[in-house]
Design a protein around this ligand. Sequence first.
Ligand SMILES: [Zn+2]
Length: 476
Amino acid sequence: MNLRYDPADNEKFWSEIQQIPGYPGGEDIPLKTILIEAGALFQLPQVLSSVAGKQMGEVLTVMDATPMRRGADDLKPLVLEVLRQAGWTPRTVILEADESGQVHTDMPQIEAVKARIEASLPVVSIGSGVVTDIAKHACYLFERQTGRHVTYIVYQTANSVSAYTSNMAPVFMDGVKRTLPSRYPDALICDLETLRDAPYEMTAAGVGDLLAAFSSFPDWYLAHRLGMDSQYSMLPFELMGRLDEIFLACADEIRNRSLAGMAVLAKLIHLGGLSMSLTHATAPLSGYEHVISHTLDLIHETAGKPLAQHGSQVALAGVLCTSAYQIFLEEFEPEQVNIEQCYPNPEQMKALILGEFSQLDPSGKAGEECWSDYRIKLENWSKERDRLEDVLAHWSSIRRDLRSMYRPPDTVLKILKAVAAPLRFAELEPPVTETAAKFAFFNAPLTRRRLTLGDLLIFFGWERERLWQRIWKWVA
Ligand SMILES: [Zn+2]
C-alpha cells in the first residue's frame, strides 16, 4: 500500500513534508536515516558507522531481559553478534523489571542508563516503547548535562507505539505519567522480520494507538478553538492521511503479519510519532482516550499490577470517547449553556481531586501531582471566556469541523476486529473492570492541563452517569 508520505523515502520524504503548512521550518532534525526493510538488521553496523562517524569501537546496547525471536534465532544475541562481526564491541545494559514484572519508564531507570553513557560511545537501544523511551531520555539528559551529542540509534522490535520517531518521552513522575521534552534518534532501524515475529498483541496495540486520532484530532481542535492550545496545526491530518480507509485496506496484511503489512504499520506509527514531534505536542494523537489510558495505568501502577498493552487500552478508551463524541455532537445545545456555571470553584476542584485520587494513592502524592497540572487548565479556562462564547456562537460550523475529524465507535471497532485486536476491556491483560474504566472516564480530565471533551462534559454539567450507561455497552 502506498502512503502519500513515506518516511522510508528519507530525503524525498523530508523535502516533501517541509512543504506542509505547519512544518517547523529552520529546525534541525537529526533523524535522517529510517530503514524499513526485510533484512534491515544486517545493515545496522553500516548505519551505526555512518551516523557515529567511525568504523568500529565500543557501542552501548540497551535492552530489557525479555527474550525475543527472529525466525529461528534469538533476536538480541543475533543483533549483538552482527555488531561484533562488523568490528563493534557491545557493552550491554539490561534494564531490570520492578515488582510488577515489567520495566517502566521512570527516573531511576533513566538515570541508571545515563550513568553508563560516555561522550564518544554510541548508543543503540534494542526494544519497543519503554526501552526506547528510557534510552532516548538518558541520551537527552546526558547531552543536556555535558553539552555533547550522543549518537543514538533505535532498533525497533515491535510496531507497538509511536515512541520511535518521537522527540518526547512519557515518564512516570510520582506514579503519574508526564510527557517530557526529549530528543529524536539519529537513525531508526525497522527490520521487517523482527517486527513480524514480535508478539502479535503488540502489533495489534500499534494499530490501536493510532486509532486515538478519531478522538484526539477533535479534542485538539476543540482545545484550539477554546483558546486552550496554541500549537494547533493541520500538519498531522495531512501527514497521516485518512487512517480509517488506510487501515481497512491493509488490515488483512497486518493480521497475517506479512512483511508488507509490517512495513505499512511501521510507517504509520512513524508518521504518528512525527506528527507529535513536529508540532511539539502530543495532543494530535493523545486526547481524552490517552488521559483515560494513563489513569488506568495509574490505577494498575499504584496497585502494583502490570500495565495493559498501551495501544489496545487506548483504542478501547477511544471507543468510549468516540461514542461520547457521537452523543455530544448530536445532543449538545449551545443555547442551553449557562456560562456563569461553566467555571468551577478551584478550591472545590482541588478537594475533589485530592479526594478521588486518595482512593488510589493514600499518600496524597498522586492527587497533588494531578492538581498541580489541572489548576493550570482551570486558570486558563477562566481567562479564555471570550473564546467559549465564540465557540457557542459558531457551534454549527465547529460541529461540522468536528464531525469531519472524529469517526464513530463502530468504525474503531470494525478496524480493531479486522486486525484481531481486543474488542472489550475484559480482554486486556490484565483485564480492566467497569469500575476502573468508569473511574478513569470520570476522573481522567482531572489529571492533566490538556483540555478534551472530558472537560467540557464537566464544565457544561453534562449528565455523565447517564452518558456512561450509554457508552459502556460498546466495550462491555
Ligand atoms: Zn499512545
